[in-house]
Design a protein around this ligand. Structure first.
Ligand SMILES: [Zn+2]
Length: 342
């Protein structure tokens, strides 16, 4: 099979205070999914540590020094971002898994790799830890892919929160397209529809802010009318996915009503784009997802969808009417009109 999983039981060693949503059991859910994949004959590898040079492509060197000083210590870096004595190592393994995944997909026999990691990454800024994130795993992966010959890299972020760090790291670049669906207004406050990029990067930031309560059909609309047409016009050499599952209807941190089946549909839509543009080269890395049952089921269904024959996406019929997707798609079309045919 051409799908590779990258996973490590050491991801559980990043411990947060009792009751914190980013709890170690999230790593156990990932271990279950990796074990199932192995039982089915799939390949699972352990990650290597990211290198300082790989991190320094998107992070400030002084910031990297500050994070390295947390080694062996339990500290608070932000009102909701904590280290344990092992976090420094675990965070380097998480970013290293994303880098490994890109290398395997760019140069190896696998078309698709999924890095099952924690801590997550998309809130991490160039010189600031926030929102449970230390190193911006998907951004480190995108920068690495550029050094391996990917001229145009697309990042699709369907985590329920806006990936402020990822947007800021690439907002001036026409080479890295960032597309995010997220609950809005919501943490971290960024991701308005009129944030479309800066300077030469104008048009290469695509925000699809959705009002709380959005359902599968709302996601289908913003994918079909904005995200997928922009991706096809951009023609990426590699598709990266910030795969957060906190838009799930069971998630305790957010207020969306996405079902497990819709994550399969989004995955199939993105596979189709990757098949058309870049020989199906695709790398996914986990972000949030705080209901363990929903996280496990969503990860399982995404892995199965990545390994299944390519076919038209099957969006679930929610039966629930909502205008949230329509409002978001219309606003995004207006904001992005100067840059894309929508
Ligand atoms: Zn999130």
């Amino acid at each position: 099979m051409s799908v590779l999983l990258i996973s490590s039981d050491r991801f559980a060693n990043h411990q947060t205070p009792p009751g914190h949503p980013e709890r170690a059991e999230r790593a156990e859910a990932m271990d279950v999914v990796a074990a199932h994949w192995r039982e089915r004959g799939g390949e699972v590898i352990a990650p290597r540590l990211v290198t300082p040079e790989q991190l320094a492509r998107v992070h400030d060197v002084e910031y990297l020094r500050r994070i390295s000083e947390t080694a062996g210590q339990a500290m608070s870096l932000d009102p909701d971002t904590y280290t344990s004595s092992d976090t420094y190592e675990v965070a380097r393994l998480a970013a290293g898994a994303a880098v490994d995944a890109v290398e395997r997909v760019m140069g190896g026999p696998h078309t698709t790799a999924f890095a099952l990691v924690r801590p997550p990454g998309h809130h991490a800024e160039r010189s600031r830890a926030m929102g449970f994130c230390f190193y911006n795993n998907v951004a480190v992966a995108a920068a690495h892919a550029r050094t391996l010959g990917a001229h145009r890299v697309a990042i699709v972020d369907y985590d329920v929160h806006h990936g402020n760090g990822t947007q800021h790291m690439f907002e001036s670049s026409p080479d890295v397209l960032y597309i995010s669906t997220h609950q809005y207004p919501f943490y971290p406050g960024t991701g308005a529809v009129d944030e479309t990029g800066v300077g030469a990067g104008s048009g290469f930031t695509v925000n699809l802010p959705l009002e709380a309560g959005a359902v599968d059909e709302d996601y289908r609309i913003v994918f079909a009318e904005v995200a997928l047409p922009v991706l096809r016009q951009f023609k990426p050499d590699l598709v990266l996915v910030s795969a957060g599952f906190d838009a799930h209807e069971r998630d305790p941190l957010a207020n969306m009503r996405v079902t497990t089946a819709a994550f399969a549909a989004m995955t199939m839509e993105l596979r189709a784009v990757a098949a058309e543009c870049c020989g199906e080269r695709m790398m996914l890395v986990t972000e949030g997802g705080y209901d363990l049952r929903a996280l496990t089921a969503s990860l399982e269904t995404v892995v199965q969808t990545l390994a299944a024959p390519l076919e038209p996406a099957r969006w679930p019929a929610s039966g629930i009417a909502s205008n949230r997707g329509r409002v978001a798609a219309d606003a995004a079309r207006r904001a992005l009109k100067p840059f894309w045919r929508l």
